[in-house]
Write a protein that binds this ligand. Structure first.
Ligand code: GAR
Length: 193
């Protein structure tokens, strides 16, 4: 369980790779009084990630790392996190897999959002696989990150109904809309709010 430290918000880094719509809603949430976290750093593996614009818009520091040499890069990220006194990490559309070593340095302090009802449909191309299997429902999950892909303890899930004419894009949009609410709810839940 993550412990809240009195009145001070917990310094959090958000890791992104793309659009950053989850990042945007996390920033909005972090500015509310009830939020136990503040967002102090944005990290990306992709210098072209659209979501990086939210750094400037919200005066949040950002750093881009090239993940080709993962071990070296992870050590650099760990120093930057230390420098910024980051105590928690939210993965939000971050498409790189963090090593066991990295995760062990932030055990129980890394959250991820995944666009399926885990443990079903771990990994990539979730919506396409859900539709190919003629599922009636899909959804999203916020979970703790452990060393196995999309497998850490589940904090919260939200189910959505799949319509007859659903496409992978319409499903992605429907699920994303729920993701934006679910991430904040899950953070409140782990801090017992
Ligand atoms: C979200 O649907 C998120 O759940 C998914 O990528 C999208 C990012 O959107 N993450 C994964 O698939 C992780 N395996 P965003 O950049 O607009 O937040």
């Amino acid at each position: 369980m993550v412990k809240s430290t009195g009145y001070k918000k917990i310094k959090t880094a958000v890791f992104i790779s793309g659009t950053g719509s989850n990042l945007k809603s996390l920033i909005k949430f972090s500015k509310t009084k009830k939020s136990p976290i503040s967002i102090d750093l944005i990290i990306s593996n992709n210098s072209k990630a659209k979501g990086l614009k939210h750094a400037k818009l919200n005066k949040i520091k950002k750093k881009v790392f090239n993940f080709k040499k993962k071990h070296k890069i992870e050590n650099q990220i760990l120093s930057v996190l230390k420098e910024h006194e980051i105590k928690m990490i939210c993965l939000a559309g971050f498409m790189k897999i963090l090593s066991k070593y990295f995760i062990s340095r932030f055990r129980g302090k890394i959250l991820n959002i995944h666009p399926s009802l885990l443990p079903k449909y771990k990994g990539l191309n979730t919506h396409e696989r859900v539709l190919n299997n003629n599922e009636k429902y899909s959804g999203c999950t916020v979970h703790f990150v452990n060393s196995k892909l999309d497998s850490g303890r589940i904090i919260l899930q939200k189910k959505v109904k799949i319509s007859k004419k659903e496409t992978k894009n319409s499903l992605a949009k429907k699920v994303l809309f729920q993701e934006h609410k679910l991430y904040a709810k899950a953070i409140l839940k782990i801090f017992n709010h």
